[in-house]
Design a binder for this molecule. Sequence first.
Ligand code: CUA
Length: 348
Amino acid sequence: MLRRIPLRSAASLAAVGVFVLLVLAGCASAEDNPQTTIDPAGAAGEIIQEIYALIWWLALVVFVLVEGALLYVLFRFRGGSRRINGRPVPVHGNTRLEIIWTVIPAIILVIIAVPTLQGIADLSEKEDDAFHIHVIANQFFWQFEYTDILDANGEPIMTSGEMHIPVDQRVELTITSNDVIHSFWVPRLNGKMDAIPGRENHLWLEADVADTFEGQCAEFCGLAHALMRFTVVSHEQADFDAWAQERTAGGGGEDGGEDLAAQGLEIVESTCSACHTVAGTSASGTVGPELSHFASLPQIADVVENTPENLHDWLENPPAVKPGTAMPDLGLTEQQIQALIEYLYTLE
Ligand code: CUA
């Protein structure tokens, strides 16, 4: 057993602990951790980060002071002389100490409350000249409706799994759900917001840079909850306008030029149309993700890379790729699968 540890080594032990904590805290770079919450990339995320940083440093000071006092007392009064029959003297109450450790936490809570309330107010404020996107959660994908960008038919353009926004522009989101409760979360841009059926919740984002941000459903919503991912792509304004322009124009891919692609279009209009929308065709289902620009999606069903091989596996048996998906195994023949692959990659 250790009889006595000198105060100096106790202090260096504590210093090492604090150093390790600081190093660990520095590990979360956005490059290695795309879903980090402590490297915000926009105004809303920064509001949260500032409050978090304030609390973190206050907590560190409290930790060092309390642990320091504890270590000091442990070593300073170890085996002291105030004993009765070899046991420490029982002590009852110390009014001054009790007042101190009640008042100090109260002051700390007030210090935290002021910026917190200010932050809550800033985050719930609405701005009129913002860009609007309607976010609709589904088991298990995200649908985005750009109510400020209308296509030739006057309908808002839509994307699934990928939300496109302009940089340095405030984006107001109206969030709802088609089925159960989900939660919309892009850690580097803002906090979480529940997507609740029959209710519209509001959240705003702003991205400082043209980049890609990872998002994730943050409320358990069923079997494929963990796979309910999405990305937010921020573009410089000119690039965003070009993107929007391209999306408002026609669509539909190649119409019957090549035999196989033509067969694929036929299958899309006869079968896939029950659930999916492809602009420029008769497919206008709303149960599943819209597929108007399938070829440009980075991932299939937000889970595997968008390659012909993966698309083949997906069409052959969707639940094997994304357990819990609403898309059933349609029993497509190899010929039908090939036709769909041919056609879907014409949807740029
Ligand atoms: Cu949707 Cu979890």
